[in-house]
Design a protein around this ligand. Structure first.
Ligand SMILES: NC(=O)c1ccc[n+]([C@@H]2O[C@H](COP(=O)([O-])OP(=O)(O)OC[C@H]3O[C@@H](n4cnc5c(N)ncnc54)[C@H](O)[C@@H]3O)[C@@H](O)[C@H]2O)c1
Length: 439
């Protein structure tokens, strides 16, 4: 095996450094499409594989469906045949590298749903041959790459580190962030063996600015969970502080701004209507699920999860109290929600707390409308709710609630027309007004 393996490694290394390697990206969503574009721009031939034919068709037509990737960037790459997509996994046969960027949600009992990784790896394994580099990028519990992915790829008698190379590299993309994107976010990568780490690092160095190798797949998997758990717990802390400050009549926003002037040892986090998105509310539960098996309860995670989960209720209580103060019962009141995406200036509503707030308000008998320049309609309990224009809706509303502080909203104009504003994001920072109720 030895000599043959060295030949396999050497051949792959040469293809990577000469940019003649055929790069495959499995899963062309928020993570996979930007990665595919980076490698195509670096001069590689990139083949995207996705189970959704609609995405494959749009990509092959040069049309982007991801906000951070303009069609003006994607189109020429497709036209020059640097980037193509397919639903057919037999393309794996011709590939030299394969990045797996499929979803890793939680199932109904809040346990990791590994079915997307398993099904992608099963398909890859059918066409897998020696000489390839495989990198899992989906966020997951420590141990996934070694315990779940490795046995599926090694079953043809191929030896990892010699015949093929396997790594984990956490995806850190921050949709809507104009400063940090796939290319300039440092890339952590850990392989099953030292040769795997080296190959993975070599690969990313061809297209990304900074690569951070670590000694194992589990360290790379855990690093991602630390990052997201850190955020989740700190957000839980300020959300709890917001509820305490509310009870004590203290402006939590002013408190955080004051604390943030400390030049060391403090990092500001801000309260809000609850956690949203695909990462922060979900990823820490991958860690707590895994540690439970090792007999350790992840108590910070459970507690922060509980507190963050209370926030939509806290916001609805605030709305109810503010309406009561104006002698308006919530039942029958018109409430207009500004922003339903899970964060500013993006179009993603996954896990968005706006959906919880709207459902809770509807249950209390409020008539709820919403505006969001990025989200034309949302699904709530099986029903569709369409966005309305800001103007008429704000004037008619008994209460306007800022849930997502998109930059496009005309906050001053809205303030002038609104009767009451519950601001869960401090969008009216510094503005003194009897109409505004802060979180
Ligand atoms: N979106 C983010 O901001 C972000 C940030 C960091 C990490 N992540 C992680 O990256 C991973 C992917 O997330 P995403 O936001 O890109 O998800 P996404 O839903 O936008 O994209 C996933 C894509 O995978 C495809 N897919 C599903 N099963 C497949 C299969 N068996 N074979 C091929 N394709 C398949 C889907 O059709 C979809 O296009 C997740 O683990 C997520 O936690 C996401």
């Amino acid at each position: 095996m030895g000599t043959h393996s060295t030949v396999a490694a050497e051949a792959l290394r040469n293809k990577i450094t000469s940019h003649t390697a055929r790069v495959g990206i499995v899963g062309l969503g928020y993570v996979g499409l930007p990665l595919a574009v980076e490698f195509a721009q670096a001069g590689f031939h990139v083949v995207g594989i996705d189970v959704q034919a609609s995405k494959v068709d749009r990509l092959n037509a040069g049309e982007s469906y991801i906000q951070d990737i303009p069609s003006s960037v994607l189109g020429p790459l497709v036209a020059e045949k640097r980037l193509e997509a397919t639903t057919d996994f037999s393309a794996v046969r011709e590939l030299d590298t394969i990045n797996i960027c499929v979803p890793t949600p939680l199932n109904k009992t809040r346990d990791p749903d590994m079915s997307y990784i398993v099904s992608a790896c099963e398909e890859i394994a059918k066409h897998f041959t020696a000489g390839k580099l495989v990198i899992l990028e989906s966020t997951t519990y420590p141990g996934t790459t070694d315990e779940l992915v490795l046995p599926m790829l090694a079953k043809n008698g191929l030896k990892v580190g010699d015949d093929f190379f396997l790594c984990f590299s956490p995806e850190r993309v921050d949709p809507g962030n104009p400063e940090y994107q796939t290319r300039n976010i440092p890339k952590v990568v850990g392989g099953v063996t030292a040769a795997c780490t080296e190959m993975g690092a070599l690969f990313y160095r061809q297209a990304l600015e900074r690569v951070v190798p670590v000694a194992s797949t589990t360290a790379a998997e855990m690093a991602k969970l630390l990052e997201n758990t850190f955020r989740m717990i700190n957000i839980g802390l300020v959300n709890e502080l917001a509820m305490m400050c509310d009870r004590m009549g203290i402006n939590v926003w002013e408190v955080i701004d004051a604390a943030a002037t400390k030049p060391f040892g403090f990092m500001p986090f801000y309260p809000g209507p609850g956690l949203g998105g695909h990462c922060i509310p979900i990823d820490p539960f991958y860690l707590s699920w895994k540690t439970k098996q090792a007999g350790i309860e992840a108590r910070f995670i459970e507690l922060a999860g509980y507190i963050n989960g209370q926030m939509p209720h806290f916001v609805v209580d605030k709305i109810q109290a503010a309406l009561n103060d104006r002698a308006k019962p919530v039942k029958g009141s018109r409430v207009h929600v500004l922003g339903v995406a899970y964060k500013r200036d993006i179009d993603d509503v996954r896990e968005s707390p706006a959906l919880d707030v709207i459902l809770l308000l509807q249950k209390l008998g409020a008539k709820v409308t919403y505006s969001d320049p990025y989200v034309p309609s949302i699904r709530l309990d099986g029903a569709n709710l369409c966005a309305t224009a800001v103007d008429g809706a704000v004037e008619q509303a008994d209460c306007v609630v800022v849930i997502t502080d998109h930059s496009d909203f005309d906050y001053a104009g809205i303030h002038d027309k609104a009767k009451l504003i519950v601001d869960t994001r401090n969008a009216y920072r510094g503005r003194k007004s009897d109409k505004i109720v802060l979180l």
